[in-house]
Design a protein around this ligand. Structure first.
Ligand SMILES: [Cu+2]
Length: 288
């Protein structure tokens, strides 16, 4: 067989094969890394599983971007390798003196613009969903302190407030809760209800962030920030302060428990007796 004569075609076949292999590795990484409901898991490569519509949109957008980026990187790498192989001094002793190619120049201007437009459309769709202001079923005020979070529930569910401190050391081991993520008191919210969060801080800047809800909002002294989420799956979800706020920044986690309506009623009834009453002190701003 005259195999040696097929050298160039065999070589040109190898690049797509290598590209496919890399794509397979990237693809399996996105699948294999999928895990972590409400908290990260060892060796996790993917984002935490989304439990709100907005988080799901962010999740899908993230993966779309990864595929677009992967395709661009592979394409540029392919061009670079083609240039190195085909246009080196040995392969082309007399270089071509071509300098312009109108079609090519139009294409490499238009194609990146189209790619950016393709990215911008879903990006703005997610932003619009995040910044929409639906009518709230429940308002909760969240206040960042150095170094813990406190929560205030309005009068219509009982009017109470409490602090949520990190469970540490022996207590954490005994509780079986994840390290550095669990708090002694949890923020409890009903499932499939629009929960509006008003966030501020008492001392320095903090940030209330909950990956599974696709949610991160700065807590700034003297300023009230607002955000909303609708968790569609019951469970316990952990987050952390995400603004470098000082010595114990890493020790002020966030725990949100999403429960059924009935369980939420039961919890507020108990919370009313267990926690301090806000009286008339708790005021919720209307951003409408
Ligand atoms: Cu903080």
């Amino acid at each position: 067989m005259a195999r040696a004569q097929h050298g160039p075609s065999a070589r040109s076949f190898r690049w797509p094969a290598a590209g496919l292999a890399l794509a397979a590795v990237l693809g399996s990484a996105t699948v294999a890394g999928a895990a972590g409901v409400g908290q990260p898991v060892p060796w996790q490569m993917d984002l935490q599983q989304p439990v709100t519509e907005v988080a799901r949109e962010i999740y899908n957008f993230h993966h779309l971007l990864n595929w677009i980026m992967g395709a661009v990187v592979l394409f540029v790498l392919g061009l670079l390798i083609a240039v190195i192989v085909k246009f080196n001094e040995r392969a082309q002793p007399t270089p071509s003196r071509t300098t312009h190619n109108t079609m090519l120049e139009v294409a490499w201007t238009i194609v990146p613009v189209l790619i950016l437009v393709a990215i911008a459309i879903p990006s703005f769709r997610v932003l619009r969903a995040q910044l929409s202001d639906p009518k709230a079923d429940l308002m909760v005020k969240v206040i960042g302190h150095a170094w813990y979070w406190s929560y205030e529930y309005p009068q219509d569910v009982g009017g109470f407030k409490f602090d949520a401190n990190l469970i540490e050391g022996e207590d954490q081991v005994k509780s079986g809760q994840p390290k550095l993520l669990a708090t002694d008191n949890e923020m409890v919210v009903p499932v499939n209800k629009i929960v509006k969060i008003q966030v501020t801080a008492a001392d320095v800047m903090h940030s209330w962030a909950l990956p599974s809800f696709g949610f991160k909002i700065d807590a700034i002294p003297g300023r009230l920030n607002q955000f909303w989420f609708k968790a569609d799956r019951e469970g316990v979800y952990h987050g952390q302060c995400s603004e470098l706020c000082g010595q114990r920044h890493a020790y002020m986690p966030i725990t949100v428990r999403v429960v059924s309506d009935a369980a939420f009623q039961a919890w507020t009834a108990e919370a009313k007796t267990k926690f301090a009453a806000t009286g008339d002190g708790a005021r919720f701003a209307s951003a409408r």
